[in-house]
Ligand binder design. Structure first.
Ligand code: GCB
Length: 613
C-alpha cells in the first residue's frame, strides 16, 4: 500500500508552489496568546467524489499551474451570465467550527469522505514587520489548506494541532480560507481502518489567526528536574532570532527572574532553584504565573511544578507513593447532542464527572484530546495519561505510517509538555506482538524520550493465560521492557468468561515496574435492570465491578486503574438494536450523563482508596 504521507514528488511540488507541509513539531503556544478566532459558521460543500479537487481524468487541480474555476479552492464566482461554475460557497450550507460534521446535520450522521470548508475574513490588524499564522487545533483526518486560491499545505492526523505562516499572503479584506477535509479511513493511516469509536469528521477544534512580532517566543519547556534540590530546568525558543537576543523568564510568585541570550538556533537554556515552590498535586494543584518576555513579545502561562518517578514497583508523585484512581474518557460529549467535545464547558463537564467519581487520574483515550481538557486537568488537579492512536493493527512495516505516528507523538508532546497534570505518554493500545510491531514501538519510545524525558512512558498491553494453568494470567510483552509502567487491558467477566472468573484468576507480571490496569469493564444499557447474571443490565455491570476490583487489589505492584469507560460513546462496531444502538455501553454513565449502578461501586472503591483502605 502506498504511503499516505507526502512523498518526495509531492513535497517538491508543494515547495515549487510555495506551499509547505504543515508544521506541528515546534508548537506555537496558541493557548497563551491573544488571537483572532475564525470559529463560528463556515460554508461547506459535501463532496463525496472530490469533484472540486479532481478533474474528470482524476487529475488533482492543485497540481496544475493555473487551476480552473472548477477547482473549489479557487472559490470562484460567475463573472458572465453564461459562465459555467458548478458550485457556490455563498449559497452552500453552513456548519459550526469547532465541531464534527456527523453530529451537526442528520444527512452527515454516517458520512465519511470529503467536505470543503470556507471561511471569509479580513486581515487582523498587524504592523508592517509583524508575522501572521493560521493555526488549527485539529482537523480529522486529512486537511488540504488553501488561502486565496493558493495551497498552504497538507496535514494528516486527526487530533493534533498544526499551523502555517501566512505573513504577506493576506489581503486587507475578503480573504478566503478553504480546507478540503477528508476523513476516509486507510489501512496505512494512524489510526487504521478499524477502531471502536466513531470516526468523526471535520474541523473539530478551533481555528485562529495569530499575529506576532518578527522575533517571537515560539515555544518553551519547563519542568522540575530535581525534587531534592527543587531545581527547575528548561528552554525557550525564539522564532526569527539571529542569536544574541535576550529573553527573560519570570515566575513572579517565586521571585524568579532570569535573563539569557539566545544562541544562533534561537534557544536559551534555563536552570534555577525554587526552594519555596509548592509542588503541584491533585490535592493541591498549585499553578504559578510564568512570563517569558523578549524586547517585542510576551508570553504568559500558568505552570505547575512536580516530579513523577517510579522506584521498583512503586509510583511516586513528588516522592510520595501514588495510587491512580482513574477513569478512561473518550473525547465525546453527547449530553447536548454533540459528538466531539466543542468547548471548555463540555471538557469541564467530563472532568467534573471524573471528580465526582473520586478520580485523581484520567486516561484520555485513544488519541490526544483537546487542549481545554489538559489545561482544565492542570487547574482541577487531575493527573493525565495522554496517548496517540496507534491502536490495534497499524501497518507496522510501512515507513510512512511510522512517520505519521511519530509526527502525532511529537505534536502531542509539543503541545502539552508543560502541563503538570500529564504524567504518562502512552504509545499504543492493544497492539499484537510481532517483530515489526516491536521495532516500530521501540523507535517511537526512543523518540518520546528524546522529546520529553521528564515523564513516564507506557502503552496498554494485553494478557494471556499460562498454558499449564488457565487460572494464571500473565502480562509478558517485549513492549514492557521499553516503558516505565506496565499497563494492560483485561476484560474478565465480559469478553473473557463470567465475572466469577475474577475470583479465581491470579496474576504473574514479571517486571520490577509498577502495574497499571488501563481498562476493564462490561456493557450495560442504562435503565435496563435484571439479575446480576443477565448480560446488558446495570446489575451485571455492577457485579462485574464488584468482582473485578478485589482481583486487581491482589496484583503485585498494582498502582491504579482506569476502568473502561466514563460515558457510553458512539461506535460503528456496536450494532445490537435496542441495547447498543451504535453505542459502546461500557460507560459507568450513559452518553447523556445518567449514572449507572457501577458508577457508585467505583466511587465507593475510590473513597476507600483515598482513605488508604
Ligand atoms: C478495548 C479497547 C477499547 C474498546 C474496548 C471495548 O480493549 O481498548 O478501545 O472500546 O476494549 O469496549 O471492547
Amino acid at each position: 500500500m502506498k504511503s499516505r504521507m507526502p512523498g518526495l514528488c509531492w513535497l517538491l511540488f508543494l515547495c515549487a508552489a510555495g506551499a509547505h507541509a504543515a508544521t506541528s513539531e515546534a508548537a506555537l503556544q496558541m493557548y497563551t496568546r491573544a488571537n483572532h478566532s475564525l470559529d463560528g459558521e463556515w460554508k461547506v460543500i459535501v463532496d463525496p467524489y472530490e469533484n472540486g479537487y479532481y478533474n474528470y481524468r482524476y487529475e488533482p487541480y492543485d497540481q496544475q499551474p493555473d487551476p480552473p474555476v472548477g477547482a473549489f479552492f479557487t472559490d470562484s464566482k460567475m463573472k458572465t451570465p453564461s459562465e459555467l461554475i458548478e458550485y457556490d460557497f455563498d449559497k452552500a450550507i453552513s456548519l459550526q467550527v469547532p465541531g464534527d460534521w456527523n453530529s451537526q446535520d442528520p444527512k452527515l450522521y454516517y458520512y465519511e469522505g470529503s467536505v470543503w470548508y470556507r471561511r471569509k475574513f479580513d486581515a487582523p490588524a498587524h504592523g508592517a514587520s509583524d508575522r501572521v499564522f493560521v493555526h488549527f487545533g485539529a482537523v480529522n483526518y486529512r486537511a488540504d489548506v488553501y488561502l486565496n486560491g493558493k495551497k498552504l499545505g497538507v496535514h494528516e492526523g486527526g487530533f493534533t494541532p498544526f499551523h502555517f505562516e501566512i505573513t504577506g499572503r493576506l489581503k486587507d479584506k475578503g480573504n478566503s480560507l478553504i480546507l478540503k477535509v477528508d476523513n476516509k479511513r486507510h489501512a496505512d493511516a494512524v489510526p487504521t481502518l478499524n477502531t471502536d469509536w466513531w470516526n468523526y469528521g471535520g474541523i473539530t477544534r478551533s481555528v485562529d489567526l495569530v499575529v506576532v512580532p518578527a522575533v517571537f517566543v515560539r515555544d518553551y519547556q519547563l519542568a522540575l528536574t530535581s525534587l531534592e534540590d527543587r531545581e527547575v530546568a528548561g528552554s525557550v525558543l525564539l522564532d526569527g532570532a539571529k542569536g544574541g537576543e535576550t529573553v527573560t523568564l519570570s515566575l513572579p510568585e517565586l521571585n524568579i527572574r532570569e535573563t539569557r541570550a539566545v544562541g544562533a538556533d534561537g534557544r536559551a537554556a534555563f536552570r534555577f532553584r525554587v526552594p519555596e515552590a509548592q509542588l503541584w498535586s491533585p490535592r493541591d494543584p498549585r499553578l504559578y504565573r510564568l512570563v517569558i518576555a523578549t524586547a517585542d513579545d510576551t508570553l504568559v502561562d500558568r505552570v505547575g511544578l512536580r516530579s513523577i518517578a517510579t522506584r521498583g514497583k512503586r509510583l511516586l508523585l513528588n516522592g510520595e507513593p501514588l495510587f491512580l484512581r482513574g477513569i478512561s474518557i473518550h473525547e465525546e460529549y453527547s449530553a447536548e447532542g454533540g459528538g466531539r467535545v466543542r468547548n471548555a464547558q463540555e471538557a469541564k463537564q467530563l472532568l467534573s464527572w471524573a471528580k465526582e467519581l473520586g478520580s485523581n487520574f484520567v486516561r484520555l483515550a485513544h488519541y490526544p484530546h483537546n487542549e481545554h481538557i489538559v489545561r482544565l486537568a492542570d487547574e482541577m488537579g487531575l493527573l493525565v495519561w495522554s496517548e496517540i492512536p496507534v491502536y490495534w493493527t497499524i501497518d507496522w512495516n510501512n515507513e510512512g505510517t511510522y512517520r505519521n505516528a511519530e509526527d502525532q507523538l511529537a505534536a502531542m508532546i509539543g503541545r502539552d509538555r508543560n502541563r503538570a497534570s500529564i504524567i504518562i505518554w502512552s504509545l499504543a493500545n492493544e497492539t499484537p506482538v510481532s517483530g515489526a510491531r516491536n521495532r516500530f514501538l521501540s523507535r517511537l519510545a526512543a523518540k518520546a524520550r528524546t522529546l520529553d524525558d521528564s515523564r513516564l512512558l507506557s502503552a496498554a498491553m494485553e494478557k494471556h493465560y499460562r498454558s499449564d494453568n488457565p487460572d494464571v494470567a500473565v502480562v509478558e510483552d517485549p513492549l514492557a521492557d521499553m516503558v516505565d509502567l506496565v499497563s494492560f487491558n483485561q476484560y474478565i467477566g465480559w469478553y473473557d468468561g463470567l465475572p466469577e472468573k475474577a475470583e479465581r484468576v491470579r496474576w504473574e507480571i514479571p517486571y520490577d515496574k509498577p502495574v497499571f490496569v488501563s481498562e476493564f469493564g462490561g456493557d450495560a444499557r442504562q435503565g435496563r435492570h435484571g439479575d446480576a447474571n443477565a448480560i446488558w443490565t446495570e446489575e451485571y455491570q455492577e457485579d462485574l465491578y464488584l468482582k473485578t476490583l478485589p482481583m486487581l487489589d491482589r496484583i503485585d505492584g498494582y498502582v491504579g486503574v482506569s476502568p473502561w469507560i466514563l460515558a457510553d460513546f458512539r461506535s460503528p462496531r456496536r450494532l445490537l438494536t435496542g441495547i447498543q444502538d451504535e453505542y459502546n455501553r461500557k460507560g459507568v454513565m450513559s452518553e447523556k450523563g445518567v449514572r449507572k449502578k457501577a458508577f457508585f461501586v467505583l466511587r465507593d472503591y475510590y473513597r476507600r482508596k483515598a482513605e488508604g483502605r
